[in-house]
Design a protein around this ligand. Structure first.
Ligand code: C2E
Ligand code: CA
Ligand code: CA
Ligand code: CA
Length: 279
């Protein structure tokens, strides 16, 4: 029994070593991926539900590892957040997204917007607002065309310094969205205190909006909160026409999801924006 126990301990510690080594390898690969241009910004169309018109896109990072394999963000964003690599990664995404968006055509006279995900560690930097304004100036993208997506949890612990930076960006015309709304613990008073423009309904509520009454009630409530407080409301993860019909009935403003298009490489989004159809 003793030997078995020791054997188990041996395997356990070996597993830990493997896991730790794999993590270190991933970390150093990600570090060079940022420097070597292996990251790409993909763009998922955002649609005005009433008119059906394209209004912009959310930028989502993809890692083209060694040129061929495409790695989805869930496999490396958590590690990037733990190691602080999310700061240079996020800055790169912001610069790339603004650069791409500056060349998008206007649709029916309306310029297209771009939404970029921002991690908590980014807004904690004292120079965050200056960094964003610098990137906007460098790309020539008007601030009104940029939206920053923050999660409830990343805003929750935020002291006044972080909120003041967001307020400063908002004064410059940048829009602020709460991502994955409804999955955290925001109180209504808290919502009122934040410099906000957009509520983004999490995909987990949209998924069963057709056949689960409680999820439909939650979506209804979020749309009403948004309307009361003067925010736009966007639903993410819309995959079926039945889901879209319900959102339309609730007067939800915007949607994105596979029903319209998955996230597209920059060239494909450009073609989508010109012709209004996915390739
Ligand atoms: P998110 O911000 O909630 O982004 C929405 C995710 O839902 C994206 O996954 C998108 O591809 C996916 N999605 C969109 N429509 C549908 C649909 O109809 N059905 C389904 N099943 N999924 C849909 P993705 O691109 O894998 O990104 C995952 C998460 O990684 C994002 O969730 C975001 O939290 C994070 N992320 C991605 N890019 C960045 C970035 O540049 N910076 C930061 N900080 N986080 C990022
Ligand atoms: Ca997002
Ligand atoms: Ca989201
Ligand atoms: Ca989500």
């Amino acid at each position: 029994a003793k030997r078995e126990g020791r054997g188990r301990y041996h395997y356990f510690s070996q597993d830990l070593t493997h896991a730790a080594r794999a993590r270190l390898e991933l970390e150093s690969a990600l570090r060079s991926a940022i420097e070597n241009g292996e990251l790409r910004a993909y763009f998922q169309p955002q649609i005005d539900i009433r008119s059906g018109h394209l209004v912009g896109a959310e930028a989502l990072v993809r890692w083209h590892k060694n040129g061929d394999r495409v790695i989805a963000p869930d496999a490396f964003i958590p590690l990037a957040e733990e190691t602080g690599l999310i700061v240079p990664l996020g800055e790169w995404m912001l610069r790339e997204a603004c650069h791409q968006a500056s060349s998008w055509p206007a649709r029916r006279g309306n310029p297209l917007g771009v939404a970029v995900n921002v991690a908590a560690a980014q807004i904690r930097r004292a120079d965050f607002a200056d960094m964003v304004l610098g990137i906007l100036a460098g790309s020539g993208l008007p601030p009104e065309r940029l939206e920053l997506e923050l999660t409830e949890s990343s805003l929750q612990g935020e002291e006044d310094a972080g909120l003041a930076q967001l307020a400063r960006l908002r004064d410059a015309g940048v829009r602020i969205a709460i991502d994955d709304f409804g999955t955290g613990y925001s109180s209504l008073a808290y919502l009122k205190r934040l410099p906000l423009d957009v509520l983004k309904i999490d995909r987990s509520f949209v998924e069963h909006v057709v056949n689960r009454r409680d999820d439909r009630e939650i979506v209804t409530a979020i749309v009403q909160i948004g309307r009361t407080l003067g925010f736009k409301v966007i639903a993410e993860g819309v995959e079926t026409q039945a889901q879209l019909d319900i959102l339309d009935g609730l007067a939800c403003d915007l949607y994105q999801g596979y029903l319209c298009s998955k996230p597209l490489p920059a060239e494909d989004f450009m073609a989508f924006a010109k012709h209004g159809t996915a390739l």
